[in-house]
Ligand binder design. Structure first.
Ligand code: UD1
Ligand code: MG
Length: 480
């Protein structure tokens, strides 16, 4: 593979309207496995190590620029003021002519399955020809060529021209070899020929595809390299293709994890971001979403119905039917079912967060348990603490967020309200149902509740009184 190819510049066309998506969002920012379509093209191109990458932007360019500066700051955005076609888009890069390398790789921004090896083969073909007059085109043989430009070959098999769907004759429409819009040109001929492309076609656009016919007419040969798996060249132009490629990407990502030792109980229903890392012998149960730069350790059991976003999960942790975002979870934790772990949560090892708990921006140390129905927010919990069912840290007073500190070995009784800011000292106990508004010193037992009264035969008297009232009420209704 040509890696670190400093004699290569990449030009990605991403300025189009994406009319057929019928969307407010630019087409290239629609997501496939939690990442914009454009992300995948940039990843494949970056793997080649080109001297520079230019991304032609236009429609809603501020959104595309925003994505580039956060995810690919080395790629340069170039504005195409009006979207007048693919040739017009490449022309926008002409002002950087001196920065461009001898070889220019051109790609559309809508083919998320393209692999670096394939791009490398296209570049290799052009490089072998020598840069002055060379051009290679990536083609694909497809079952349904509808919508794509067709490759017209001459009697000797050489490429003669590309005809767009809207300009094709009935006979040309039968051709099932299509243009993928991936090309590698010698820089000199690319910009020379771009000057002469017109817009005399059904869409009144400047087609980059016309370059092929013009080159051939002038006696140059355009090489065709055919992609092995046509899925690589499938473009996303509408929501149907978006759904098809979402599944294709899911399959490719999950397959990669399976081959490196991760079990997927049902790879058809779980979706994993391309940035996620999963350790071997971890099992992903059905219907899980693993988003962002999540890192899951070895021997974990994730799911079913779990969603994890931008988290780190330690080895041997089990998570059941829960939502975790921006958390760092230690080893051998047991989380769920139905818990919500929010950003800023950090847990030590052997922590249990049980059924129906919400944890926000809190640190829970080794061996501590929050087993049932609790809200823990802005808290710092020491080691070996037990939090009783229904405990709530009252962290917000309507104006400020306040901290709760619970030291090692504390036992918090069920239904305790911890009104922050408050500190529970090492080894202390709070009695069930207490509203704790003041600090509790270490080893103290804090009780805050009114004294219980047991009234003898009170239940019998209560029932007699209520039965009488009911009888009276029924008589009144009959008399009405
Ligand atoms: C294009 C090709 C077609 C090929 C297909 C492969 C042309 C004329 N047609 O058609 O032969 O089979 O790709 O997927 O080139 N863009 C701009 N500026 C513009 C117009 C488009 O940047 O003015 C960008 C788009 O954002 C997109 C790419 O160029 O990423 C291709 O444009 P698109 O409209 O998808 O072209 P297709 O109709 O798919
Ligand atoms: Mg397209």
């Amino acid at each position: 593979m040509v890696s670190g190819n400093k004699n290569l510049s990449a030009i990605i066309l991403a300025a189009g309207l994406g009319k057929r998506m019928k969307s407010e969002i630019p087409k290239v920012l629609h997501q496939v496995c939690f990442k914009p379509i454009l992300y995948y093209i940039l990843k494949s191109v970056s793997a080649l190590g080109p001297k520079n990458i230019f991304v032609v932007v236009g429609h809603k360019e501020e959104l595309v620029r925003q994505f580039l500066s956060s995810d690919f700051p080395d790629a340069a955005a170039v504005t195409q003021e009006k979207q007048l076609g693919t040739a017009h888009a490449v022309r926008a890069v002409k002002k950087y002519y001196d920065d461009l390398s001898d070889f220019c790789l051109i790609l559309p921004g809508d083919i998320p399955m393209i692999l670096p090896e394939t791009l490398d083969a296209v570049i290799g073909s052009t490089v072998r020809q020598g840069h002055e007059t060379s051009a290679t085109l990536l083609t694909s043989i497809v079952a349904d060529p509808f919508g794509y430009g067709r490759i017209v070959r001459g009697p000797g098999g050489n490429i003669v021209k590309i005809v767009e769907e809207k300009d094709a004759s009935d006979e040309e429409k039968l051709i099932n070899e299509i243009n993928t819009s991936v090309y590698c040109f010698g820089k000199k001929i690319l910009f020379e020929y771009l000057e002469n492309i017109g817009s005399d076609n059904s869409q009144k656009e400047f087609y980059l595809t016309d370059i092929v016919e013009n080159l051939v007419k002038n006696g140059q040969q355009v090489e065709g390299h055919t992609v092995k798996d046509s899925i690589e060249a499938e473009g996303i132009n509408d929501r149907v293709q978006l759904a098809v490629l979402e599944k294709a990407k899911q399959k490719r990502i999950n397959l990669g994890h399976m081959l490196s030792g991760v079990t997927f109980k049902d790879p058809e229903t779980s979706f994993v971001s391309p940035e996620a890392i999963i350790g071997s012998d971890t099992t992903i149960e059905p219907s899980c979403l693993i988003k962002g730069a999540t890192k899951i350790g070895r021997n974990c059991i994730i799911g079913p119905f779990t969603q994890i976003e931008d988290c780190t999960i330690g080895d041997g942790t089990k998570i059941n039917k829960s939502l975790l975002q921006g958390a760092v979870i230690g080893s051998l934790n047991n989380i769920g079912p139905t818990s919500y772990i929010r950003p800023g949560t950090v847990t030590g090892d052997k922590v249990k967060i049980g059924a129906c708990c919400e944890i926000k921006k809190s640190r829970i140390s080794n061996g501590s348990k929050v087993p049932h129905l609790s809200y823990i927010g802005d808290a710092q919990i020491g080691a070996d603490v037990n939090i009783g069912a229904g405990t709530i840290t009252c962290n917000y007073d309507g104006f400020l967020k306040n901290k709760t500190i619970i030291e090692d070995g504390v036992f918090i009784g069920s239904d305790t309200m911890l009104v922050a800011p408050v500190r529970i000292g090492k080894g202390a106990i709070t009695a069930a149902g207490s509203a704790i508004v003041e600090d509790v010193p270490g080893d103290c037992l804090a009780i805050e509740r009114s004294k219980q009264a047991n009234i003898e035969s009170g239940a019998i008297k209560f029932r007699e009184k209520k039965e009488k009232q009911k009888l009276q009420q029924n008589r009144q209704l009959e008399n009405k």
